[in-house]
Design a protein around this ligand. Structure first.
Ligand code: ADP
Length: 643
């Protein structure tokens, strides 16, 4: 029956004095290589038995065993097969271990020569911390020795196992036992003194150094990978947390600046209205480019490098990498550009466009003070970040559009509810008055004549109010749809004003209207009806919102004759209830009324000022309100062109 015991345990049973210890894989590799070198560099033709645990570990060492097989014909290689490893007998004998054999967990190297012997017997030991990714830190428990007695014992046990697996090798194994003194009756004759300890230790140290170096490199790669992942993560987090493009772009340059510590990182947005460098991270000692005009459109380096052969990246983005600007003929032939690069200590540069689909949104630019070959992983990193930034910028843009849309919707909703409230109130109030008056007249034929007169006048007044309301709606809707036809011509401002004022007979129940109009006013270039409408509405408002004992003053300022495009400025000022500064603009919105319609003491639709603004703007003028605040009076100013 085939034995499947651990060789380490069998040896410990046979030789109880054996003491085992824990080894890292890196130490065992160095030890095995130094032991194999004894065979490769010596003249002895020893018996070599190597157990590699698994086929994959054997594969790494197969070339060495090829060479060992050329030196001695007693070489046995054991491993648990994973793919193609099977029993063979070419330059050395191979033994395919069954996967449940304890030997498949062990690492053996047994060398029995005529002048020396060496052996290593270890078993994989579960590491206290599981670090599956790092092969070098795997741990083994066992021992290694030059002791011939232990080595011979290990060789005997392993040869027995080999014959168990491959009985046809028994004659070859018997020969080995004879030749290397492994039979029970004979004792090994050689000693380990024939090994050159200096050579052995030298080699082992070399192998250890090499493995240490590999480990260091692996750590460096992991550290740089980790730094890059951290960078991508922090940018991704910034993007997730913020929809503010300023914040995203600042984080991007500062994080990239940390990775490319020696140089400068710039980020330009493809905005023609902002050609200065806004986002930069710069290494100490290098001059900052912040605030400089270094725009994409007028970027000499970018323009220049576009003419050079480009490094096309896998995703076919137009990344430009210049390892040494002093070797770039295009740059060197441009004296200004060369001087600029020297001034800002730019020895090499990498430029990655920030694109979303085919839209160019900006450019990420890295400078190094010296020549620098941009490695593929560096380029890939900057490209990944540029792709993230592109998505973030598009998200931020979409969000801000959404916000604008939201505001518009909210405005619309407000307008709609104001419309319903105002129209409801302004229609219902005069209608019910008219109805009451007419009903009284119809049902009470005996009503005294003066009462009938009052009823009729009231009904007429309110029907006039209704007419005005409908008229304002029509005027505004024509203005908004652009259907209004304007007849702009030179007219006298004074005449228009006189026409408006003729409707305001002075009475004790309305404020006094004063005038300050220079006598020599030039003709104004306006649509006469439009100007009259604006003056009437502003004057109506001034009367409406000013108590009877208040004052209204209409003034006009002659335009500066020397100023081109100078205009006539008209001001209608009152001492009435005033307007809060936060509402000075809002009063020009449709249906904008300071008090809710229910509390209104005076009628109104909230359409008057909206009509005034559209009319004045259609005549190339401007209209605005000024007020010192509540109850401190208001001023409405507007300008019109002169002939
Ligand atoms: P309304 O029909 O309500 O007067 P307007 O568009 O003419 O509509 O005016 C909008 C709002 O602007 C008014 O409701 C009022 O709150 C404010 N306003 C207009 N003119 C004056 C003024 N001279 N003094 C104080 N507030 C005014």
């Amino acid at each position: 029956m085939r034995t499947q015991n651990s060789l380490l345990q069998d040896l410990r049973q046979a030789l109880p004095q054996l003491r085992s210890q824990i080894y890292f894989k890196a130490s065992l590799t160095a030890l095995s290589h130094a032991m194999e070198d004894l065979v490769l560099s010596g003249t002895d033709k020893p018996l070599v038995i190597a157990n590699f645990q698994q086929e994959r570990f054997y594969r790494q060492e197969a070339p060495r065993y090829q060479k060992i097989g050329e030196i001695t014909d007693q070489v046995y290689v054991l491993a648990a097969p994973e793919t193609a490893f099977n029993e063979g007998s070419v330059s050395y004998m191979t033994v395919a271990l069954s996967p449940d054999d304890q030997l498949a967990q062990e690492w053996h190297l047994v060398i029995v020569g005529h002048h020396y012997s060496a052996c290593l017997v270890c078993r994989e030991h579960a590491a206290p911390i599981s670090t599956p990714s790092l092969d070098e830190v795997r741990q083994f428990q066992g021992f290694w020795t030059f002791d011939p007695e232990i080595t011979v014992q290990a060789a005997r046990l392993l040869l027995e196992r080999i014959v168990d697996y491959r009985p046809e090798l028994a004659p070859k194994v018997r020969l080995a036992e004879q030749e290397y003194g492994l039979t029970q009756s004979s004792l090994p004759t050689q000693t380990s003194s024939e090994i050159d300890p200096n050579l052995f230790v030298d080699r082992m140290v070399n192998y250890l150094q090499a493995s240490q170096y590999r480990l260091l490199n692996a750590y460096r790669t992991i550290a740089s990978q980790e730094q890059k992942e951290r960078l991508v993560n922090s940018i991704a987090t910034a993007i997730r947390r913020s929809l503010n493009p300023e914040q995203i772009l600042s984080v991007t340059v500062s994080e990239l600046g940390q990775v490319f510590r020696l140089g400068r990182c710039l980020l330009h947005r493809d905005q023609s209205d902002c050609p200065e460098v806004e986002y930069e991270s710069v290494a100490p000692g290098l001059e900052s480019l912040r605030g400089q005009v270094w725009s994409l459109a007028s970027h000499p380096l970018f323009q220049k490098t576009l003419e050079q052969p480009q490094v096309e990246t896998s995703d076919s983005e137009r990344t430009i990498a210049i390892a040494d600007v002093s070797q770039d003929l295009g740059i060197q032939s441009d004296a200004d550009l060369k001087a600029q690069l020297q001034r800002y200590q730019i020895g090499s540069c990498l430029m990655v466009p920030i694109r979303y689909r085919s839209n160019l949104l900006g450019l990420l630019e890295l400078h190094q003070p010296d020549a620098h070959i941009w490695k593929a992983d560096e380029v890939a990193l900057v490209e990944t970040i540029s792709a993230q930034v592109a998505v973030a910028l598009m998200q931020a843009q979409a969000y801000s559009r959404l916000e604008v849309l939201n505001h518009q919707l909210a405005d619309l909703e407000r307008t709609q509810s104001n419309l319903i409230a105002i129209v409801g109130h302004e229609l219902r109030t005069p209608l019910s008055t008219i109805q009451v008056c007419l009903e009284s007249l119809a049902t009470e034929p005996d009503m005294p004549l003066n009462f009938q007169q009052i009823m009729l006048e009231t009904a007429l007044e309110d029907s006039e109010r209704l007419r005005k309301l409908v008229q304002d709606f029509l005027t505004l809707s024509r203005l908004e749809s652009g259907a209004t036809r304007w007849f702009v011509e030179p007219i006298s401002f004074q005449e228009c004003l006189d026409l408006v004022l003729s409707r305001y007979a002075s009475s004790s129940d309305q404020p006094h209207i004063g005038l300050d109009i220079p006598s020599q006013l030039p003709l104004v270039l306006v649509d006469g009806d439009g100007l009259i409408e604006v003056l009437s509405k502003l004057l109506d408002n001034a009367c409406k919102f000013t108590p009877a004992d208040g004052k209204i003053m209409i003034s006009a300022r002659i335009p500066e004759p020397d100023l081109a495009d100078s205009k006539l400025e008209v001001v209608i000022a009152d001492t009435g209830r005033g307007i809060e500064s936060s509402r000075l603009e809002a009063v020009f919105d449709r249906f904008s009324q300071e008090e809710g319609f229910l509390q209104r003491t005076v009628g109104g639709t909230g359409l008057g000022l909206a009509i005034c603004r559209r009319t004045i703007e259609a005549m190339n003028g401007t209209i605005w309100a000024e007020s010192m605040g509540k109850n401190l009076g208001s001023e409405f100013h507007f300008t019109v062109g002169v002939a």
